[in-house]
Design a protein around this ligand. Structure first.
Ligand code: ADP
Ligand code: MG
Length: 320
């Protein structure tokens, strides 16, 4: 059973950053307004995520750790129109198979919080917490030395974790985030609007070089910022595309964006952008890849054209 868990865990627990991403998505699905992340040793020794979301009732704590138990999908029909970030109900179960996981949570209306350790007595114990949920994962891969061997340096794993936080934070400017590593604050993001959040994460210098992108047609919209072709930052890419709040790496979208910049880019410069596409959930499949960074559009041609035109138009506008 444990072996099956560990194999199935695959992508979800590939490295500390992928674990962190799942736990952050749960916090967002819970409606959190402020999320704190504490990491130690690149996330391998500790990942602790505290949120102020809706919490988990005591009787649902064991379910949260059970594979394929999700509170977010009730029917097959729901699966066709996924609106929450999580829906497989396997993230926490997968993490519990490779780390020492504890959940502490206080649901709205509960007199106090409850704490459940994945490998403890099985009984929840009373705990102190004002509201929300704390997910604590210690000693990642303590029981899977083979996986531990594939980890990079502490600095590299931390950098991947910080990237995961930045992606999630870009897509949720109205939520406050803080990130600390080995006790030192590394990122502190107050609630902001989109421009404020893009500036805080990608830099005010980046934002100053950007054109605003904004377009909508039936069931499809795009907003965000695209840096003018002359913008570049040595050695650092800034290419962020989100579909319905999820960071994606998609060939079709990358192609549309390359075309939009074509003839405008000089030399070997990479375009920079932070773009947010919203599309009817029924017109996009987010279930292609376990790590969920790939998407499949029902009408890829229409999406390609729409994105191309919106960005091309923004870049071609003469500053007045
Ligand atoms: P999924 O997100 O796909 O439903 P997970 O394994 O990530 O599956 O989480 C299992 C369940 O645990 C969720 O459906 C949710 O009910 C609950 N849960 C997990 N994290 C939180 C959180 N931070 N706040 C509230 N509920 C949570
Ligand atoms: Mg989840």
């Amino acid at each position: 059973d444990l072996l099956i868990s560990q194999i199935a865990a695959g992508e979800v627990v590939e490295r500390p950053a992928s674990v962190l991403k799942e736990v952050l998505e749960n916090a967002l699905d819970a409606g959190s307004q402020a999320i704190q992340i504490q990491l130690e040793e690149g996330g391998v020794k500790l990942i602790r995520v505290s949120d102020d979301g809706c919490g988990i009732p005591k009787e649902e704590l064991p379910l949260a750790l059970t594979r394929h138990a999700t509170s977010k999908i009730a029917s097959l029909e729901d699966l066709e129109r996924v609106a929450t970030l999580g829906f497989r109900g396997e993230a926490l179960a997968s993490v519990a198979a490779v780390a020492r996981l504890t959940l502490t949570s206080r649901a709205a209306g509960a007199g106090h919080a409850w704490k459940l350790a994945a490998h403890g007595s099985g009984e929840a114990e009373p705990a102190a917490l004002a509201a929300g949920t704390v997910v604590e994962m210690r000693d990642l891969y303590y029981n899977t030395p083979a996986r531990r061997k594939f980890l990079k340096s502490e600095g590299t794993e931390f950098a991947h974790c910080a990237d995961a936080v930045k992606r999630v934070a870009l897509a949720h400017p109205g939520v406050a985030f803080s990130l600390s590593h080995n006790g030192r604050v590394s990122l502190s993001l107050p609630k902001a609007d989109l421009a404020g959040r893009v500036g805080a994460i990608l830099g005010q210098d980046f934002l100053a070089e950007c054109r605003r992108v904004e377009a909508a047609i039936n069931g499809l919209s795009i907003v965000g910022y695209a840096a003018q072709p002359a913008w570049s930052r040595p050695g650092r890419d800034a290419q962020y595309v989100f579909v319905n709040g999820r960071f994606v790496r998609d060939k079709l979208l990358a192609h549309a964006l390359r075309e939009a910049y074509q003839d405008m880019l000089h030399g070997s410069r990479h375009p920079g952008y932070a773009l947010f596409i919203e599309i009817d959930p029924a017109a996009v499949d987010v279930n292609v890849h376990p790590a969920k960074t790939e998407v499949r559009f029902r009408d890829g041609r229409a999406v390609h054209q729409f994105v191309y035109h919106a960005v091309h138009k923004a870049l071609s506008q003469v500053i007045s």
